[in-house]
Design a protein around this ligand. Structure first.
Ligand code: ADP
Ligand code: MG
Ligand code: ZN
Length: 472
């Protein structure tokens, strides 16, 4: 028995801070990095009698996200109280959504080399984030060994959307790929910066394993608040290894919460998971249900940009899976699209965008695609350095291809012949090596001719001439 006899079953709960000006239920401004406890008010500090007022923008953004995830949008969504005690939660409950989330069942098409996988979305609901606890003092400043804890209430009440997937992911690699593409989808909707390093995107990872072919699921481990793609992948791998070992040894695997320790690359039990009932969810009495008007939903639907997964699928037939993924995940596919629309050949455009344009460090959005398409069309007859210079200039204001196209490579054989002969005469050793069967030296000889012509010679013609002369 080995890990490969087992299949991983993974479901994610992804939290993203929404990009609103103010908090979810009060008018405090959200400002990352503001001095601690300077963005608070009676509502987000839970003073008696303070009442929440929902943030309309956050509701719209959640609907937008729901639509992008093909979710059904609730006609009547309900805020609910999720009760628990913790110093970062001054009300003693978090306002969330439970039975009637804004966005219900949906699906996410995940492009894979061998076709799309469909990842079920259970729900996407709107809630408020807790405040931030900082464990301070002590030798390390970490929670273990800290002398005391401080709470920064600036973050308390930040609008947070939670996306819950079905347990449809089947490997660490697939889960990380899903998370990356979901993140890009969220960012492109303009509703969140979704930066793991800043904590504006966090994921809880649920993992179990089962024997290949087995029906049903086994108990899962939940790894909370992962804040790096790398650690999400490693934590899943660790969970798979540890669970397979336990199952094979006949040891019990119980549902509980685990922490990932990067130093040991192992998971350790955090605490056993509370049942949903422990939270004593009930409808928030201070808020009326949210009833999004159909016109609003349709307007938001019309505003949706083409999703990254859809773009990958659209351009894949022309450039292949890997290139499509690279173009879309680097956000360079828009330039690719514009080049193709301007008449460039798909693979030529894809390669130029991923290689020369990327290496030139220019802003793809600023590139004049019509002019660059002309350069790409002529690139085979342009000297390499002229071609690269043209690409590097293609984002300059007023860029024109014409002056570059005039500098065609010298492909006139009669002009190149004397240079080729001179190079052969100057390199008798290489010529002997070539004639001895080592054809690899041809590249060196081509290089010499290119040098003599300062890159202006057409390498294909040089190649042909060299072969002819060496055969004679
Ligand atoms: P809870 O309400 O206790 O958080 P859910 O049923 O809502 O539990 O599931 C939470 C997450 O766990 C979801 O992302 C779901 O896909 C995932 N999940 C549920 N069962 C399993 C399992 N057996 N293995 C892996 N993931 C699971
Ligand atoms: Mg949950
Ligand atoms: Zn406030």
């Amino acid at each position: 028995m080995a890990v490969r006899d087992w299949e991983a079953v993974i479901g994610l709960e992804v939290h993203a801070h929404l990009k609103t000006r103010t908090k979810m239920f009060c008018r405090c401004e959200l400002e990352y990095g503001a001095p601690e406890n300077t963005r608070t008010c009676p509502v987000c500090l839970a003073h008696p009698g303070a009442l929440p007022v929902p943030n309309e923008r956050a509701i719209e953004q959640t609907i937008k996200l729901g639509l992008a995830l093909d979710c059904g949008i609730a006609a009547r969504a309900i805020f609910a109280r999720k009760n628990y005690f913790y110093p970062d939660l001054p009300k003693g409950y978090q306002i969330s959504q439970y039975e009637a989330p804004l966005a219900g069942r949906g699906r996410f098409r995940l492009p894979r080399p061998d076709g799309d996988r469909e990842i079920g979305i259970v729900r996407a609901h709107l809630e408020e984030d807790a405040a931030k606890t900082v464990h301070a003092g002590g030798a390390t400043g970490r929670s273990v060994g800290a002398d005391y804890s401080l709470v920064d209430f600036n973050r308390g009440g930040t609008p947070l959307v939670e996306i819950v997937t079905e347990p449809d992911l089947r490997s660490a690699e697939e889960a990380v790929w899903f998370l990356r593409l979901l993140r890009q989808t969220i960012v492109e909707l303009g509703i969140s910066d979704a930066e793991m390093e800043k904590g504006t995107l966090r994921a809880d990872v649920n993992v179990s394993v089962r024997r290949r072919g087995e029906e049903g699921y086994r108990p899962r481990w939940e790894i909370k608040n992962m804040n790096s793609f790398t650690f999400v992948g490693r934590a899943i791998e660790a969970a798979i290894r540890q669970q397979v070992a336990a199952h094979e040894a006949g040891e019990p695997v119980e549902q509980s919460t685990y922490d990932y320790d990067a130093d040991t690359d192992r998971l350790t039990v955090h605490r056993s998971k509370e049942e949903a009932d422990d939270y004593r969810y009930f409808p928030e009495p201070d808020l009326v249900p949210v009833e999004p008007p159909a016109e609003l939903v349709e307007r938001l639907r019309a505003e949706l940009p083409e999703r990254p997964a859809d773009r990958i699928r659209r351009i894949e037939p022309a450039v292949g899976f890997d290139a499509a993924v690279e173009l879309v995940t680097t956000g360079r596919d828009r330039l690719y699209d514009r080049l193709v629309a301007a008449g460039a050949e798909a693979r030529v455009a894809a390669n130029a965008v991923m290689n020369e344009v990327a290496a030139a460090g220019i802003d793809p959005e600023a590139v004049d695609a019509g002019e660059l398409a002309k350069v790409l069309g002529a690139r085979e007859r342009l000297p390499r350095d002229v071609y690269l210079e043209a690409v590097a200039r293609s984002a300059d204001p007023g860029f024109a291809a014409a002056p570059f196209l005039e500098q065609e490579a010298v492909s006139d054989a009669s002009a190149l012949e004397p240079v080729v002969e001179a190079v052969l005469a100057a390199n008798p050793e290489q010529v002997q090596t070539y004639l001895g069967g080592k054809e690899g030296v041809l590249g060196y000889l081509v290089g010499q001719v290119m040098r003599e012509t300062r890159g202006k010679a057409d390498p294909r013609v040089v190649n042909r001439l060299l072969r002819e002369k060496l055969r004679a």
